[in-house]
Write a protein that binds this ligand. Structure first.
Ligand code: NAD
Length: 500
């Protein structure tokens, strides 16, 4: 029964509230966690603020050593961490084993780049001067995380934040806090007490973290609705925000695509983690000449997917995260069908276990105004739109209020670069959907958010730049008071003006 993790120790919540964590596949209760109140969040922020005065001074080499040690411990704890991720979130175990490895790799990456990414020296404007910038931590960072990749999306925030000398208060999703608590207690225990704190709970705990004046920056991943609310509140305190929000990403299959690759690629990009991925291919466009073949093969592929127990190594898709999430997707499909969409496969709940299973579903004849296209569908629903040609595909894919990612399948350079130019997206994937790179920035445009995670930009999200100006021969400057010593300059300019 984990409590809150504050200042390097388990701490009971002030008010004693608890939340049950349910396995979405079996509906069994996996564990209970504390339901943090605003007082608990305040205690965590105080611990983080106190720890920051020390952590910001730890030399970069020592900080890097500690972050590498955290990565090593994470890898050693991969079996239990991936098991917890599967029990609380329902993703197949293999995906969670990958998730833990990606987290460790991200810690290793930031341990290293924080050592050499330190600022600039700048050419001075006068003699015997030196100008340079240094990078400083912001202070306490609040990390608020969704349910779908509980550790990965957390590590994209805390690895750079810690590497830059910040301390953190983490608010995991109320649905998936268990692996995060385990990570804090084991892998992150190498860090000084108070550097990493975890407050479990729901919207109330998240809101308290946003409001706490000791928190200098909120790094948030989640829905556009909650992200907007956070941005408004943070603005009142001029607090920094990094917002990774929703997406309705397009995937275009052009007529020259190799369907042996594009069909399984598109299916993976849509059905991975039951479509509960911010960058899922939520709008699939296929051009007319290959549409029939693509759709037939896509449906045939969807039929091969094994839905069931996520602990079973043969399972491709586990349950959805909650009954509420499943009911929402069900409603979106129902509305699409009533608006004229055609169901080619699925469209029903599945009896693959006691939990919240839903069949991988394929719809076609969908139009831009249908619910399944203009709303974010966070479930295993592939919506395929047949378009006349490349021009129409690019134009329709570009029509969106969101701008997270975009995918295309083609070997035609002109199609690829035209689509890349026309479609607003933080990441543009050509022939290899949804692949991330710790060294490359990730984030969204428009309603998909602001700011970037990963890469050097992901480190800068948690740093201030300070310009240092140094004159190594102190001398009285001719432009200081008294100004009468510059009287001739004024007179010369005035005389020039009269002549002109
Ligand atoms: P959510 O917005 O419901 O919740 C995210 C987190 O915010 C949770 O920890 C929740 O407790 C907390 N929260 C809720 N209300 C809050 C409030 N008022 N103040 C502060 N915190 C609050 O999202 P979710 O359902 O967990 O995740 C799904 C959403 O996340 C989808 O829209 C998906 O596209 C998005 N997402 C985006 C990315 C990305 O990188 N852009 C990645 C993954 C998921």
């Amino acid at each position: 029964m984990p409590s809150l993790w504050i200042n390097g120790a388990w701490t009971a919540p002030v008010r004693g509230g608890r939340r049950r964590i349910q396995n979405p596949a079996t509906l069994a209760i996996v564990d209970e966690v504390a339901d943090a109140s605003a007082e608990d969040v305040a205690r965590a922020c105080a611990a983080a603020a106190a720890a920051q005065t020390h952590w910001r001074r730890v030399p970069a080499l020592e900080r890097a050593r500690l972050l590498h040690e955290a990565a090593l411990t994470m890898r050693g704890d991969r079996a239990r961490l991936s098991e917890l991720l599967t029990l609380e979130g329902g993703k197949p175990r293999i995906e969670n084993l990958d998730e833990v490895e990606w987290c460790a790799a991200c810690f290793d990456y930031y341990a290293e780049i924080a050592r050499h990414s330190h600022g600039n020296s700048i050419p001075p404007t006068a003699e015997h001067q030196i100008n340079f910038t240094i990078k400083e931590p912001l202070g306490v960072v609040g990390a608020i995380v969704p349910f779908n990749y509980p550790l990965l999306l957390l590590v994209w925030k805390i690895a750079p934040a810690l590497a830059a000398g910040n301390t953190v208060v983490i608010k995991p999703s109320e649905l998936t806090p268990l692996a995060t608590l385990r990570l804090a207690e084991r892998a992150l225990a190498h860090l000084p007490p108070g550097a990493v704190n975890v407050v479990t709970g729901g919207a109330e705990a998240g809101a308290a973290l946003v409001d706490d004046p000791r928190v200098a920056c909120i790094a948030f991943t989640g829905s556009t609705a909650v992200g907007t609310e956070i941005a408004v509140k943070a603005a009142r305190q001029l607090k920094r925000v990094n917002l990774e929000l929703g997406g309705i990403d397009p995937l275009i299959v052009f007529e020259d695509a190799d369907l042996d690759v594009a069909v399984p690629g598109a299916a993976w990009a849509r059905f991975l983690n039951n479509g509960q991925v911010c960058t899922s291919a939520k709008r699939i466009f296929v051009v007319e000449p290959i549409a029939r073949e693509f759709i037939d093969r896509f449906v045939a592929h969807a039929k091969t997917l094994k839905v069931g127990d996520p602990m079973d190594p043969d399972t491709d898709l586990g349950p959805m995260i909650s009954e509420r999430a499943r009911a929402r997707v069900e409603d979106q499909v129902k509305r699409a069908l009533s608006q004229g969409a055609r169901l080619l496969y699925g469209g029903t709940r599945l009896d693959a276990g006691p939990g919240w299973f839903y069949a991988p579903t394929v719809l076609t004849d969908v139009r831009p105004e249908h619910a399944v296209v203009c709303e974010e569908v966070f479930g295993p629903i592939a919506s395929i739109q047949v378009v006349r040609d490349a021009d129409e595909a690019i134009a329709r894919a570009a029509q969106s209020e969101y701008g997270l990612g975009a995918n295309i399948y083609t070997r035609n350079l002109t199609y690829a670069l035209r689509a890349m130019q026309e479609i607003k997206a933080g990441t543009f994937w050509i022939n290899d959907p949804l692949t991330d790179n710790d060294a490359a920035p990730f984030g969204g445009m428009r309603k998909s958010g602001m700011g970037r995670e990963l890469g050097e930009e992901g480190l800068d999200a948690f740093r201030e730049t300070k310009h240092v100006h140094l004159d190594f021969i102190p001398e009285r400057k001719p432009f200081w008071f008294p100004y009468r010593q510059r009287r001739d300059e004024v007179a010369a300019v005035a005389a020039h003006d009269v002549r002109a």
